[in-house]
Design a protein around this ligand. Structure first.
Ligand SMILES: Cc1ncc(COP(=O)(O)O)c(C=O)c1O
Length: 371
């Protein structure tokens, strides 16, 4: 598919097989453990369900067209993260990570990889602080914007600095998605994504992927998937591919509404600490404007404390209290309830959905009045 085509066109067409009379645009999910594979099966494209699946092939091709590099699916964002770390890192090597990235990523680094001989060093995302730790690293892990703090780092500059010391660069691009930011084009070696969030967007699928700049690494990740058995279900992958066609329209509405909501929250007397990379005065805005084409559906803000957030949720009628983001339903959570992020008791991560923003603004005005 041509790079000249615009996002809305690309997502609708991505990964669809050639038109065959009588066949659907996107073939349904293939449910198979063994495939017919008599005799010498070396040339058979599909032999066994842990090795490959035609439904994966279609969605992987779609993602490859969008990400700009061969892509490997995994059953969750964390499975994709674990596969990347497990494939690249060996005992005695060093990884540099953000100390404010998604908390389970930090947990598997410190509780699993660090206990298996990997040196894990961390610095904040803001101000590209990881740059100072790069010496001797084999992998730089970035997450931009971060979940939940929404800080950003300069992916192109940090990738160049990491390559100077011979390190590979992986970017967790879950918050932005490939339509908001293209890590491989910015110089990173890998984009790692939880498709559970905006990529699929309907709160009904858990899935992940890694896109690699170099086909050699994609092959290594595929080998990891086959050997470890870290495989996605065909139904989930088919749902993801079907949902991809609406990614552009979903994000367009979500980002426009998020901008209006962030502006509203910024001016509200009971709200402080509003973070949204699209806000002109946000600390993330300058770099986000340089490397992102859309600022995403996620906003963070603070109320005075836990009781205030609980009153907000009790009064809001259009906000699901839930721990995910990027979907069609507006949702939010008091992040301190997990005890894993360095946030205040009143810190809220909010994800704007597809509801009419006028209804959302009214609902927020009412809910904040009750705080
Ligand atoms: C930034 C980020 N990366 C990775 C993950 C893990 O994704 P999954 O829940 O699909 O395993 C999440 C999940 O919240 C996330 O927010």
């Amino acid at each position: 598919m041509s790079d000249e085509l615009r996002d809305a066109t690309r997502v609708v067409r991505a990964g669809l097989p050639h038109a065959t009379p009588g066949a659907p645009y996107l073939p349904g999910p293939t449910f198979a453990a063994p495939y017919h594979a008599a005799g010498d099966v070396v040339d058979s494209p599909y032999t066994y369900g842990r090795f490959h699946n035609p439904t994966w092939t279609h969605y992987e091709r779609a993602l490859e067209e969008l990400e700009g590099g061969p892509t490997v699916l995994f059953p969750s964002g964390m499975a994709a993260t674990a596969a990347l770390l497990g494939t690249v890192l060996r005992a005695g090597q060093k990884i540099v990570m953000p100390d404010d990235c998604y908390y389970t990523t930090r947990l598997i680094a410190t509780q699993y990889f660090a206990t298996h001989g990997i040196e894990v060093v961390m610095a904040p995302t803001a101000n590209d602080a990881q740059r100072a730790l790069l010496d001797g690293a084999v992998l730089l892990w970035l997450e931009s914007p971060t979940n939940p703090g929404l800080d950003v780092c300069d992916i192109a500059a940090l990738s160049a600095a990491a390559h100077d010391v011979g390190a590979l660069v992986a970017v967790d691009n879950t918050t932005a998605t490939v339509l908001g930011q293209r890590p491989l084009a910015l110089g990173a070696d890998f984009a790692v994504v939880s498709d559970t969030k905006a990529m699929t967007g309907h709160a009904d699928v858990v899935l992940g992927h890694v896109a690699a700049k170099d086909a050699m690494w994609a092959d290594a990740l595929r080998t990891w998937r086959t050997r470890m058995g870290s495989i996605p279900g065909p139904m989930e992958v088919w749902l993801a591919h079907r949902s991809l066609g609406t990614l552009d329209v979903r994000l367009a509405r979500q980002c426009e509404s998020a901008m209006q909501m962030a502006t509203f929250l910024l001016s509200h007397a009971k709200v402080r600490g509003v973070r949204y990379p699209g806000l002109p005065n946000d600390p993330s805005h300058a770099i986000a404007s340089k490397q992102m084409t859309r600022f995403g559906p996620v906003i963070s803000f603070e109320l005075d404390g836990r009781a205030e957030v609980e009153r907000f949720f009790a009064a809001a009628t259009l906000v699901h209290e839930a721990t995910s983001f990027g979907g069609i339903h507006t949702s939010a959570e008091r992040r301190a309830r997990w005890g894993a992020d360095a946030v205040s008791e009143g810190f809220v991560r909010l994800s704007i959905g597809l509801e009419d923003v006028r209804d959302l603004l009214n609902d927020f005005a009412t809910a904040l009045a009750a705080v």
